[in-house]
Write a protein that binds this ligand. Structure first.
Ligand code: ADP
Length: 464
């Protein structure tokens, strides 16, 4: 390069600063730089407009939390200590979230935003906060999911009817068909069942994604609930000649351990959907003569449920993706097994809606264990919540319009007064045969669910 082609150094850096200013002044995303002390060092015009401050200079030197006011999805102001930016600042972990609404200090205008906080690698370790107006994006997503939801709903009904009629055609008691026709109809029946499942899953995904599902948390003894759901799959499991067991395994001594009673507050429909999905997958991805083991145990202040199978396992490349929407592992084994790729995504949404977590441990070709962890409550808390729930049900029933009508009718006929509902009292004696320890004290030595596909894992009580 000749000497005349070389740009003078000073001019170049001036140019870069100018260009950076131009970019910051033009983009519609709000950008702020905040120092370690929480004071604002720089804000672009989009940022000051969105937070409702006149010009960029008016916020320099102010504390960032005093100018960034947020509301949650329900319109409740977010206290400073729960502000996601403050949490990210404290923990040192960057954050990006679309859950909040930015409130303008001047006009009170509310803007749904994608909010993020990143840490710079410079000497001062500044923080960069950005907010992007996502109102239009949310509108488009909502229109899209409404379309999917309506389409799935409309198509589910005729597909159910097709599936039903094909079922009748295949049933020797209702129809006579030759072997060739049976083969074709079986294919059609499988395909229509798959389509029906896909529409149902799509409907569930749109409802859950949009928070349109009412969740009813009920204080529950979890082991009994999980066992009844898992046991309802015994017939399917045995049909495939798979060994099934439920309960604690003492792999070393091969004898039953005392089953632990664990309590939680859960939505029963969600629990059924979650476990049905995990167990159906375990059956689907396990070959004949394999094994499935389901267990529930307390783990400190958490409840840990495992669904373990000795099936095909998940390849390392797939394991981080299986909970994503529409993700299906693509290998010679899964290609022949039907599925929508929505099941585990729904499991994740439903588990998280109940304050839980779900994850998988697996070795390819050697089985998988899916874990669901949920918040645990003590026996005392369970009893308190149960009584409160029953009392609420009594009050609701008493205040229901049907009952009010009955009472009005009764008042017009002179009869002895109807008995008033009595609130449930806490029993004098604790109802539990063995009190469950407080979460802080529940760290008894317990078994860790063993790795999949070991013979002992699947030998225990309740074996079928
Ligand atoms: P699908 O309808 O395809 O089963 P899921 O969302 O339930 O969709 O599961 C996503 C993918 O995760 C599956 O396609 C499969 O590759 C893998 N997977 C899920 N459960 C198991 C299992 N128990 N064993 C092996 N692979 C599994």
């Amino acid at each position: 390069m000749g000497i005349f082609n070389r740009a003078p150094k000073v001019e170049k850096s001036n140019n870069q600063a100018e260009l950076a200013n131009m970019v910051l002044g033009t983009i519609s995303d709000g950008v702020m730089i905040v120092g370690q002390d929480g004071l604002i060092k720089l804000a672009n015009p989009a940022a000051t407009t969105m937070i409702g401050y006149g010009n960029a200079n008016s916020v320099i030197g102010l504390e960032y939390l005093s100018v960034i006011k947020l509301e949650d999805g329900q319109g409740a102001p977010v206290p400073d200590e729960q502000n996601p930016l403050a949490i990210a600042m404290r923990s040192g972990k960057p954050v990006t979230t679309r859950k909040y609404i930015l409130v303008s200090a001047q006009s009170g205008k509310r803007t749904p935003v994608s909010l993020s906080l990143l840490f710079t690698k410079n000497y001062h370790s500044d923080r960069i906060i950005t907010f992007r107006d996502i109102a239009k994006e949310l509108e488009e997503e909502s229109a899209q999911s409404e379309f999917i939801s309506t389409a799935s709903h409309e198509m589910r009904t005729p597909v159910a009817s097709i599936e039903g009629y094909l079922g009748l055609a295949l049933n020797p008691q209702t129809a006579t068909i030759d072997d060739r026709a049976r083969k074709f109809l079986e294919e059609a029946h499988t395909a229509s069942a798959h389509l029906g499942r896909l529409f149902q899953d799509l409907l569930d995904v749109t409802k859950l994604d949009d928070n349109h599902v009412r969740i009813q948390m009920v204080p529950t003894e979890i082991r009994t609930l999980v066992k009844s759901i898992a046991d309802s799959h015994i017939e399917e499991i045995l049909k495939k000649h798979i060994k099934y067991s439920f309960g604690t395994v003492d792999a070393m001594k091969d004898k039953k351990q005392i089953e632990q009673t664990v309590y939680g507050s859960v939505d029963h429909d969600f629990m059924r959907e979650i476990l049905d999905n995990l167990i159906e997958n375990a059956i689907k991805y396990t070959d004949e003569n394999g094994e499935i083991w389901v267990n529930v145990r307390g783990d400190g202040d958490r409840i840990l449920i495992n669904v373990t199978d000795s099936g095909i396992g998940i390849a390392p490349d797939d394991i981080d993706h299986v909970f994503q929407k529409f993700y299906r592992s693509d290998n010679s084994q899964t290609r022949t097994i039907g599925g929508t790729g929505l099941g585990l995504y729904l499991v994740k949404l439903r588990t998280e809606a109940m304050g839980g977590k779900v994850w998988v441990e697996s070795s390819f070709g050697d089985g998988s264990t899916f874990y669901v962890s949920l918040p645990r409550i003590t026996a005392e808390e369970y009893e308190k919540r149960r009584i409160a729930m029953v009392n609420q049900q009594v009050r609701d029933a008493f205040n229901s319009p049907a009952l009010a009508k009955q009472q009005a009718a009764a008042q017009s006929t002179p009869v002895s007064p109807a008995p008033q509902p009595q609130p449930v009292q806490a029993p004098a004696q604790p109802e539990q045969p063995q009190p469950t320890p407080q979460p802080s004290a529940i760290n008894q030595p317990e078994q860790t669910p063993p790795t999949p596909n070991t013979q002992n894992n699947l030998e225990n009580n309740n074996q079928v």
